[in-house]
Design a protein around this ligand. Structure first.
Ligand code: GDP
Ligand code: IMO
Ligand code: MG
Length: 429
């Protein structure tokens, strides 16, 4: 039996999970996505070509890794088919390597429409990606959502007709000004999804058996986390979160893997932090330093293009992510970006109404009162882009990494020194 490696985002997403997955996939037989949907955007730069993966596991880009869309995912077939065609155009043998769980939930047009209508109706916005993620998970937990296997069942038409009618009523309730009758027509949805079902059939599998057999046969399985710890529906800054569990529990329920099969749990962070969408963010910078991080790090959403909010690294939140996920090692991306600042701040504690603590809480009052306590470290690392050996980093850059390790108590195994696939330090730790 070979232990499964897991990649999990530690903050608010976009930590560079795709890049680490891409590296780990070089020695993986199977890479599986466990949660979320096309709200995710994982970027990998290969030979100057940028791939933005939304649904297909990034591991598939290795050229020899089977990419599985797990049962915990909510999948929009239109987006998936576009991604499949794009990868095929770039020469990837998607038909050979892509698998979709028969239990994956399917996103329908009414999910996306509802996502947008609900967000519009909300007084306090969440800033969702508008991809239908929340409404699709609502249907799953209401037990009326349709899984991939339902697309091929005899009663698919009947079930879909019922769902379209009831969701149409909901849409009209939330947004009476829009003419939804002309936007959401059952016959059109049925025809389109019957076509999608035919096109996707070749990829459908029993993913639970597939991953277990892989583990039993000594193959290397990798789980590609999407979103991140502080966006988790239970452990994130609720209600400013996504509708799934991107943390370790969701990794298990989203794949069918057991806790005993998990080996390394890699927590991914950037050397600073970012967030898209609404919600608390203790180390957010509202000044020109924040703007400079955004410009130097190209912090614009992979999925929506929205400018990301930026700030310093938050070790209090990272310690929480370590606890919740049982992280065994870290990956610190964008060391090249942070090294462009003369002085770097790192948040080591929160001051909550005069009380200093190193323990994170997702309580809204706590988060809105928390003021970051910073430790200032030396920056100005020089040009470290593309460096692949830890020894070749300047002392100040090494100190920055060691500072994180000392605080969190786990090693930094991977260090990103650029956006390219090769721009990474891998340490024996
Ligand atoms: P993900 O959602 O966690 O996979 O992250 P995204 O792909 O949404 O955002 C990460 C961004 O940072 C992408 O534009 C990556 O190309 C880029 N990136 C990742 N690691 C590094 C790094 O070490 N240095 C630099 N300069 N860019 C990086
Ligand atoms: P990756 O996998 C960053 C955020 C949205 C919003 C909240 C809820 O690329 O790290 P949703 O559409 O999920 O209902 O939106 O979650 N969000 C992400 N932010 N990266 C992501 O994915 C995200 N997926 C969702 O911006 O604040
Ligand atoms: Mg992303």
């Amino acid at each position: 039996m070979s232990k499964v490696d897991v990649v999990i985002g530690c903050f608010y997403g976009d930590e560079g999970k795709g890049k680490v997955i891409d590296y780990l996939a070089t020695s993986a037989d199977v890479a599986i996505r466990a949660t979320g949907g096309d709200n995710a955007g994982h970027t990998i730069k290969v030979d100057g070509v940028k791939y933005a993966m939304h649904l297909i596991p990034s591991g598939l880009l290795s050229g020899h890794t089977v990419g599985v869309i797990g049962n915990g995912v909510v999948m929009n077939p239109e987006v998936l088919l576009t991604e499949i065609n794009n990868l095929k155009e770039h020469g990837f043998d998607v038909d050979k390597y892509l698998k979709i769980s028969d239990k994956t939930q399917v996103i329908f047009p009414y999910h996306r429409l509802l996502d947008v209508a609900l967000e519009k109706a909300r007084k306090s916005k969440i800033g969702t990606t508008g991809k239908g993620i929340g409404p699709a998970y609502c249907d799953k937990y209401e037990r009326c959502g349709l899984r991939v296997e339902d697309l091929y069942a005899d009663d698919f038409k009947e079930k879909l007709e019922e769902l379209v009618a009831s969701r149409l009523a909901l849409l009209k309730f939330y947004d009476p000004e829009t003419d939804y009758d002309s936007i959401l027509k059952f016959e059109e949805v049925y025809e389109t999804y019957s076509k999608y079902a035919k096109e996707l059939k070749r990829y459908v599998c029993d993913s639970v058996t597939l991953v277990h057999k892989a583990v039993e046969n000594g193959q290397k399985v990798l789980v590609e986390g999407a979103q991140a710890t502080l966006l988790d529906i239970d452990f994130g800054s609720y209600p400013f979160v996504t509708s799934s569990n991107p943390t370790i529990g969701g990794i298990l329920t989203g794949t069918g893997l057991s806790a005993n099969e998990i080996g390394n749990v890699y927590g991914i962070i950037k050397a600073y932090s970012s967030r898209v969408g609404e919600g608390p963010y203790v180390t957010e910078l509202f000044d020109e330093t924040g703007d400079r991080i955004r410009e130097l790090g190209h912090e614009y959403g992979t999925t929506t293009g929205r400018p990301r909010r930026c700030g310093w690294l938050d070790l209090v939140a990272l310690k929480y992510a370590k606890r919740v996920n049982g992280l065994t090692a870290l990956c610190v991306n964008h060391l090249d970006t942070i090294g462009k600042f003369d002085k770097i701040k790192v948040c080591t504690a929160y001051d909550v109404n005069g009380e200093v603590t190193e323990d994170f809480s997702t309580n809204m009052k706590f988060l809105s009162s928390a003021k970051p306590v910073y430790k200032e470290l030396d920056g100005d690392f020089g040009d470290i882009e593309g460096i692949q050996k830890f020894e070749e980093l300047p002392e100040k850059a090494k100190d920055y990494i060691r500072f994180i390790e000392d605080y969190i108590g786990i090693p930094v195994k991977f260090i990103g020194t650029g956006a390219d696939r090769e721009a990474m330090i891998v340490r024996e730790v």
